[in-house]
Design a protein around this ligand. Structure first.
Ligand SMILES: CC(C)(COP(=O)(O)OP(=O)(O)OC[C@H]1O[C@@H](n2cnc3c(N)ncnc32)[C@H](O)[C@@H]1OP(=O)(O)O)[C@@H](O)C(=O)NCCC(=O)NCCS
Length: 358
């Protein structure tokens, strides 16, 4: 990308009229327009310049692989050298820092720049945003007194999603950058093998498919629009053994009671392909996935889940892949293909549970 020594205001105008320099598509245009509409960040929400030594130390602390860290450091943006990238980064950090700890604040557009069709500058951009945001996240957690080990485990989501990018594309980048904003905004915490995010039912972007209003009202506190809720998420390649799941649920009950107390019942929900009851037609009753499913009460609403399953099992995008090309090594991989080949579809289901009393 060319470097133009423009005044900040004319840079904003130029980027709004030519946002597509960052990549093709309406999504990128919307992202640039949203950033422009935020305006200049106030001094207290402005990121500090990114220095190579500090960035290297933070990447190491966050568990980012060295091969990826080298690309990230080689492409660090600055207000002087790469004013376009710095313009984006400042506003993205501002957007995250000004909504820190508020999972119900709209997330906005976050282009992932995934895959090798994008330059290394683009693929590393979100990592630069993360590095510049982490000091705000650490400050937020420090004020709440959340233990350092929980904070660092939660911030490890960045390295996890960079590892997925490397596995899929063989290069530095971030898988599903928008998802990592949950960890940067302090709205998601890793406790053992599961992740938990706070949100308000029917309000936050992460609110799942849910009961209709009449049923929710009948079920009472904990189920109604506006009630506090937790989301449960299963990070990539973490063990889902029942004992570890149980330990995580117990840890979550005490963590959220202590650091994010609520006056009313707060159920935990999970919306995932992993809760599709059809999986039990193929997987043994003793499998981790089936035993995980048994913990949840399902809600009736669901949506088509072929794309989701393909993404999480095979790491392919789109819902019409070449079925013959997919690996068939595990029971789940074979089930996924056989099911779709027979003309059936996977579903994404929502379940809920009460965390253990502890
Ligand atoms: C969730 C997860 C850890 C469960 O794995 P697990 O503990 O091995 O699950 P199970 O014991 O029930 O596995 C049953 C079978 O499915 C296979 N399997 C499970 N997850 C698989 C995956 N992601 N890809 C391929 N095969 C998988 C297992 O290897 C096993 O088959 P086998 O007996 O032939 O070896 C794993 O699926 C995963 O990492 N998923 C990605 C993250 C995800 O989907 N999160 C939810 C987002 S909504």
């Amino acid at each position: 990308m060319s470097v133009s020594p423009l005044e900040p205001d004319s840079l904003t105008a130029e980027l709004v009229s030519d946002g597509l320099r960052f990549g093709a598509g309406g999504f990128v245009r919307r992202w640039v327009e949203e950033l422009a509409s935020l305006g200049e960040p106030p001094p207290d929400l402005r990121p500090a310049p990114l220095e190579p030594d500090d960035a290297a130390a933070l990447l190491d602390r966050l568990g980012v692989a060295e091969v990826d860290a080298l690309d990230v450091i080689a492409t660090l943006p600055s207000a002087d050298r790469t004013p376009e990238w710095w313009w984006c980064l400042e506003r993205e950090v501002y957007r995250l820092a000004s909504t820190m700890g508020d999972p119900d604040a709209p997330r906005g557009s976050w282009p992932s720049f995934e895959g090798d069709a994008h330059s290394v500058d683009r693929r590393c951009h979100f990592v630069h945003v993360a590095l510049a945001t982490v000091p705000f996240t650490l400050d937020y957690y420090a004020k709440l007194g959340v233990p350092g080990e929980v904070v660092m485990a939660s911030l490890a989501d960045l390295a996890r999603h960079m590892a997925i990018h490397r596995r899929v594309y063989g290069s530095t980048g971030v898988d599903a950058a928008w998802w990592v904003t949950l960890c940067l905004r302090g709205e998601i915490q890793d406790l053992g093998c599961l992740q938990y995010n706070r949100f308000t039912l029917g309000v936050g972007d992460e609110s799942p498919a849910w009961f209709d209003d009449a049923v929710a009202e009948r079920l009472g506190p904990g189920f109604r629009t506006g009630d506090p809720c937790l989301g449960i998420h299963i990070p990539d390649q973490t063990p889902l053994e029942p004992e570890q799941v149980e330990a995580s649920l117990v840890a979550a009950a005490s963590h959220f009671r202590q650091y994010f107390p609520t006056a009313t019942r707060r159920v935990a929900t999970c919306m995932s392909w992993l809760l599709d009851g059809q999986l039990a037609e193929y997987l043994p009753a003793q499998s981790n996935i089936v035993r995980f499913q048994q913990r949840f009460e399902l809600i009736p609403a669901s949506h088509e889940g072929d794309g989701s399953l393909l993404q999480f099992v095979f790491r392919v995008t789109g819902d019409k892949p070449d079925l013959d090309a997919l690996p068939q090594n595990t029971t789940l991989e074979r089930a996924a293909v056989a099911h779709m080949r027979s003309g059936r579809h996977w579903r994404v289901r929502t379940g809920w549970l009460d965390l253990p009393e502890g």
